[in-house]
Design a protein around this ligand. Structure first.
Ligand code: MCN
Length: 778
């Protein structure tokens, strides 16, 4: 393991560029002759469009083009759609309506795109938008998830109960049988708030059409360039994939929300073709929360069955998952089934049944956002265990210890069908208890009390399904001078991929990161990619790179054998501080990988049966998920007069298998906890129940965590490498978020429990805490 190999805390190579103003973010792109686009959005949550008159707007200064839903129909554009079927609770086919890209006849949420106005300048496009004359007939709307599930107001007349489909997992009969023999049953309802990613750079897109090649280029900050190209080609424009290029430069945060195909992508492309010039759209900060997908927004009724000693016998969960007004693609259903698998957590629960109802409402669609269903699942099981402990008089930690799956029971197939392969859940918890000085908490609580403060401590043992099946791609291209370019199918959005993958390359081939060029995000340069989501890049992309490097070694051995006049079988490849080298075993005859690469490009130097050049590709497709896990402990102090809260201690024990970059991993856990903390304590998308207006449209109303909200975090790895990939790595990018929600809220409730507060929903703002204390005192 050299300075840059796997396991080294290498500082990010890309930071020099990104932190010195030399990044190439979406909005840094400007093309010669580009026109500017503005999207007119619905001001109503639910309304019929009785009249849409563009006449005046079309004559406004600078206006080049205005597109409406009718133009998309005329251009025969397709919609994304869901490529699988599900059933409604009565067994009838799933109800799903995809958005076309611009509204047609009716708008169903505030912010729904109605028209794209293209003008010489953005100001002219905005001015023209104000001249579009629309008669709306407003209709009753429903935005609250539980309200929508009651079906009193329908989002779609042909789906009066608003239930798109029901997704079930586990075994209902077995769960019912477990509940029938239980000594105790604990039931609770948990509301998981709606949140929005709020990345540093709001989305954007530039559409280009090349009339010579009859080919589109889309510049967009997307997480999956190749899948966006495929979706645009096969589902929207219905043209060969080879006639679209997607280029994603530096992505200013994605978090799942920049997942793939948004309506604006097809709109700028169509507009560019019609105008024969590039068309640029930039989402504004205040527009983003209306334009983008939101996340979470579940109501879960959960029941835990226990025997008299506190052993878990069964779990039943019914979840209402708000999917929004449209089900435009499978993304809008992912969070609903992402919720299911890890509901049993790290615990031995022999029987479980879960039903997730996908509920439609007059809201933005929901889609994967850091954790995509797993934070919700972990929140439910970890809060339920705390509530069971309080209700039945068990100690929270002992109740967990009694039910944690011990390492010797792994691998195990859980009652919800997941195959956990490895980990040491009791050791994670034990280490977290020690590191957080759990035993000393009572004393700290007394000290806080003496200062007039309430103190609480919370624990959670998260597990998540990450880096699941699906391919990823890597290519190592040597140059005639012996250095190389690395091309990856994963797309970086801030995770530090350049550094991570150069570390894997250095570990395998000993290449100096300084002379390796890194390329991702361009479908014309990188042959294939699935992209970055589900904490999959290190595991699957890193393994694809591992495979490509193995091919380089194999070919390099044949070249070296020829040059060193030895048999192939006698050549060894090793990496040391001087880099990678091929040597004849037992001798000092050796050639560096650079010399071998150079020779591969020199005519006449290779054996006749070897192709010249040294460029190898690798793909990897894991057979199953990895299961990152760990333990979070959070300690809070609350001011009983104001409800103001401070996180005074935060401990994370993580098992992400082999750690490629401990520094990068800590950064990921910090960021993940920050996003979990945001949801637990302050962030929430709020709609007005009557009008359906989004009341949290700016940072004045949507509270984001800031540096001073973040606690100091103690993070320690307890790695148990998995055998499911050659690196032994498990996904890490979402782990922090998954553990943070329950650990924080459990701590808040622990602090308030002595006052008689039994429940509190996220976000635990000081106002909510204050109200809960007041309610309990009354
Ligand atoms: N890592 C490691 N060892 C491992 C796993 C990961 O050292 N065994 C470190 C590496 O530094 C690696 C990083 O953690 O580059 C993240 O790796 P991985 O878990 O493979 O996650 P991905 O790269 O696939 O990123 C996806 C994940 C997800 S799903 C969301 S959402 C998210 C996240 O990463 N969005 C992010 N982290 C983000 N961080 C930033 N800055 N911006 C986002 O949009």
């Amino acid at each position: 393991m050299g300075e840059f190999g796997i396991g080294q805390p290498v500082r990010r190579f890309e930071d020099k560029r990104l932190l010195s103003g030399n990044g190439r973010f979406q909005n840094d792109n400007n093309l010669l002759g580009q026109a500017h686009a503005y999207v007119l959005r619905s001001p109503h949550a639910h309304a019929r469009i009785d009249r849409l008159d563009l006449a005046v707007a079309k004559t406004a200064p600078g206006v080049q083009l205005i597109l409406t839903g009718d133009d998309l129909v005329e251009a025969k554009l397709g919609a994304m759609g869901v490529p699988f079927q599900r059933k409604r609770p009565d067994g009838s086919p799933m109800f799903a309506r995809a958005h076309l890209g611009l509204a047609q006849g009716t708008v169903r949420y505030v912010g729904e795109p109605i028209a794209l106005i293209v003008a010489e300048t953005l100001a002219q496009a905005k001015d023209a938008a104000e001249l579009i004359d629309i008669d709306f007939e407003t209709l009753a709307s429903v935005t609250d998830t539980a309200d929508a599930a009651e079906g009193k107001i329908a989002v779609w007349p042909d789906c009066p109960d608003n239930i798109s489909n029901l997704f079930e997992a586990g075994n209902k009969a077995a769960a019912d049988a477990a509940f029938a023999k239980a000594a105790h049953v604990v039931k609770r309802r948990y509301v998981i708030s709606r949140v929005y990613a709020h990345f540093m750079e709001p989305r954007g897109a530039i559409g280009v059409w090349d009339p010579g090649e009859d080919r589109f280029t889309l510049y967009a900050d997307v997480q999956y360039p190749h899948r966006v190209r495929q979706a645009l080609a096969t589902r929207i424009f219905k043209i060969p994939e080879s006639r679209i290029r997607v280029i994603a430069g530096d992505v200013g945060g994605g978090f799942g929300t920049k997942g793939w195909q948004y309506p604006e992508h097809r709109l700028v492309l169509l507009a560019a073709k019609k105008l024969r010039r590039p068309v640029k759209w930039t989402c504004e900060r205040s527009e983003a929360i209306q334009a983008d997908e939101h996340a979470r927004d579940n109501v879960s009724d959960a029941e835990l069955a226990l025997d008299k000693d506190g052993r878990f016998l069964g779990l039943k969960v019914k979840t209402l998952a708000n999917v929004g007004a449209y089900i435009s693609s499978e993304r809008n259903l992912l969070a609903t089934f992402g919720n299911v698998g890890t509901l049993v957590g790290t615990y031995d629960i022999p029987a479980a049944y879960v039903g997730v109802y996908a509920v439609m409402a007059n809201t933005n669609g929901t889609a994967p956002y850091r954790g995509a269903g797993r934070p919700e699942a972990t929140y439910v099981i970890e809060r339920l265990i705390d509530d069971a402990a309080r209700e039945l008089g068990f100690d929270r930690v002992e109740l967990r210890s009694k039910n944690l799956i011990p390492p010797e029971r792994l691998p195990i197939k859980t009652a919800l069908g997941l195959n956990y392969d490895c980990g040491d859940f009791p050791a994670n918890q034990q280490k977290a208890l020690e590191q957080s000085d759990w035993m000393g908490f009572a004393k700290r609580r007394d000290e806080s009390k003496a200062r007039g403060r309430l103190r609480g401590i919370g624990i959670a043992n998260p597990i998540e399904k990450a880096a699941g099946p699906g391919q990823e791609f890597a290519e190592i291209r040597f140059h005639p001078s012996g250095n190389a370019t690395l091309l990856m199918g994963s797309k970086n959005q801030g995770q530090g991929h350049e550094t991570t993958f150069k570390q894997v390359l250095n570990e395998k081939l000993g290449l100096d990161p300084a002379v390796v060029q890194y390329i991702d995000g361009d479908t014309d340069r990188v042959a294939f990619g699935i992209g970055t989501n589900g904490s999959r890049s290190t595991v699957i992309g890193g393994s694809a790179l591992w495979m490509a490097a193995d091919k380089v070694i194999a070919k390099g051995k044949r070249i070296a054998a020829h040059l060193l006049e030895a048999a192939d079988a006698d050549i060894e490849f090793t990496v040391n501080d001087d880099g990678g080298a091929f040597a004849v075993a037992g001798t000092d005859r050796r050639l560096s990988i650079t010399d071998v690469a150079k020779a591969s490009f020199q005519a006449g130097r290779l054996p006749r049966d070897l192709e010249g050049g040294l460029y190898e590709t690798g793909t990897f497709s894991p057979e199953d998920n990895t299961y990152p896990n760990g333990c979070h402990v959070c300690e809070v102090e609350i001011d009983p007069d104001t409800g103001a809260l401070e996180i005074v201690r935060y401990v994370v024990i993580d098992d992400v298998g082999t750690v490629v970059n401990p520094l990068g991993l800590k950064g990921q856990i910090h960021g993940g906890v920050a996003q979990g903390l945001g949801q637990a304590l302050m962030e929430e998308v709020v709609y007005d129940r009557e009008s359906g207006q989004n009341l949290t449209g700016s940072f004045m109303d949507y509270a984001m965590p800031r540096a001073d909200t973040m606690p100091y975090m103690e993070i320690t790895s307890n790695p148990v490498p998995t055998k499911r990939n050659p690196l032994g790595a498990k996904g890490a990018g979402e782990a922090g978020t998954v553990g943070a929600l329950p650990a924080i809220v459990n701590a808040v409730i622990d602090a308030l429990a002595p006052l008689g507060v039994a429940s509190l929903d996220m976000p635990a703002t000081s106002q909510r805490i204050w109200q809960a204390m007041r309610g309990a005192r009354a």
